[in-house]
Design a protein around this ligand. Structure first.
Ligand code: PEP
Length: 243
């Protein structure tokens, strides 16, 4: 494990309107005032960044975006730049989430450009990688993830601005998780490909019941949490599993 605290990051995906997003952020901020052993991050939808940012102010919980465009500004209708995320109070940006790779057709080259953009804006990039079920069943998980790392991470990476999230596509939102041995194996492989100290998160159906076992793994430096981050109590229970 890296010489840093573990990080528990919540990816709210396309969930939350003003009132329930604010209530959830306030709930996390309130709990985060209690002692805890990990760093915390919330990545709400773009529409809630300002509101959630205000609710988190002073709590120590960081704010992140779920994606960014490679360009700083311009004629890109519907897109958000890394500079805009920074301006909205973000410190982190998720890039290459499998839902973007697989439903929006993002390639490793796209993810690499977005990672560069995040760094240009002074954000920490959380680069997501992970194999599909077919790739795992074909025994190609390690090769697929290694190729994604090679293609998605630009030169100039360091542990201060790069986090990798290993998220097997088949484990996201399904209730399924790899075995702890499989997670440890892939994380160890990733660790040989990224700068020393880079945090490597596991993501995919992490919940209050399995968090302690997953976060106890030496190779796991935290978690990227989707569904379970939509309930303050569940997100907090996962955070407490780092203790
Ligand atoms: C995610 O979306 O990054 C994720 C891990 O989702 P879930 O926790 O719901 O599987």
């Amino acid at each position: 494990m890296a010489d840093q605290k573990r990080l528990v990051a919540g990816n709210w995906k396309m969930n939350g309107n003003l009132s329930d997003g604010l209530a959830l952020a306030r709930g996390v901020a309130e709990r985060a005032r209690e002692p805890h052993a990990c760093d915390l991050l919330i990545c709400p939808p773009f529409t809630l960044l300002a509101t959630v940012g205000e609710a988190l102010a002073g709590s120590g919980v960081a704010l992140g975006g779920q994606d960014c465009h490679p360009a700083a500004s311009g004629a890109f209708t519907g897109c958000i730049s890394a500079e805009m995320l920074k301006d909205a109070g973000c410190t982190h940006a998720i890039v290459g989430h499998s839902e973007r790779r697989h439903t929006c057709g993002e390639t490793d080259a796209d993810v690499r450009a977005k990672t560069e953009a995040a760094w240009r804006a002074g954000l920490v990039a959380i680069v997501c990688v992970g194999e599909t079920r077919v790739e795992r069943e074909a025994g190609r998980a390690r090769a697929v993830v290694s190729a994604q790392i090679a293609g998605s991470i630009p030169d100039g990476a360091n542990a201060g601005r790069l986090i990798v999230a290993y998220e097997p596509v088949w484990a996201i939102g399904t209730g399924l998780t790899p075995t702890t041995a499989d997670i440890a194996e892939i994380h160890a492989a990733i660790r040989t490909l990224v700068p020393n100290g880079t945090r490597i998160l596991y993501g995919g159906s992490v919940n209050p019941k399995n968090a302690a076992e997953l976060l106890a793994l030496d190779e796991v430096d935290g978690s990227l949490v989707g569904g379970a981050s939509l309930k303050a109590d569940d997100f907090w229970a996962i955070a407490q599993a780092c203790d």
